[in-house]
Design a protein around this ligand. Structure first.
Ligand code: SF4
Ligand code: SF4
Length: 108
């Protein structure tokens, strides 16, 4: 599912020339609107890589889980750590689970 930008949180990467979500999108799909907030300009071309979701420094981008996997209302939100990424999933009943995955740079 294409990224959904929370306009309450997106600060346009504080007016950087090119916001982070735009920098990392392999399809060059993310851009800013007239209010300097991000949106996906071609949702049908998004292939759900979640790079934009992971890079956003303020957690403004959510990825909803496809209907076939989790029904509408379920979501998956990443939080980047220094050496790991924590994924929070929420199902349609509000049940929350978290999964912490080591990144390749983590030292044991
Ligand atoms: S990375 Fe986050 S804060 Fe920056 S423009 Fe994109 S959605 Fe907004
Ligand atoms: S999920 Fe990937 S392809 Fe889709 S808009 Fe974000 S960075 Fe681009």
């Amino acid at each position: 599912m294409p990224p959904k930008v929370n306009l309450e949180k997106c600060d346009g990467c504080k007016a950087q020339d090119e916001p982070l979500c735009e920098q990392v999108c392999p399809g060059d799909l993310m851009t800013l609107n007239d209010n300097q907030q991000a949106y996906c300009r071609a949702t049908r071309d998004c292939w759900d890589c979640m790079c934009c979701t992971k890079i956003c420094p303020v957690g403004a981008i959510e990825t909803t889980i496809p209907y076939q996997l989790g029904y509408y209302g379920a979501k998956l939100v990443p939080m980047m750590g220094t050496n790991s990424i924590t994924w929070t999933s929420q199902d349609i009943h509000g049940k929350v689970e978290r999964f912490r995955i080591k990144t390749r740079t983590e030292q044991d």
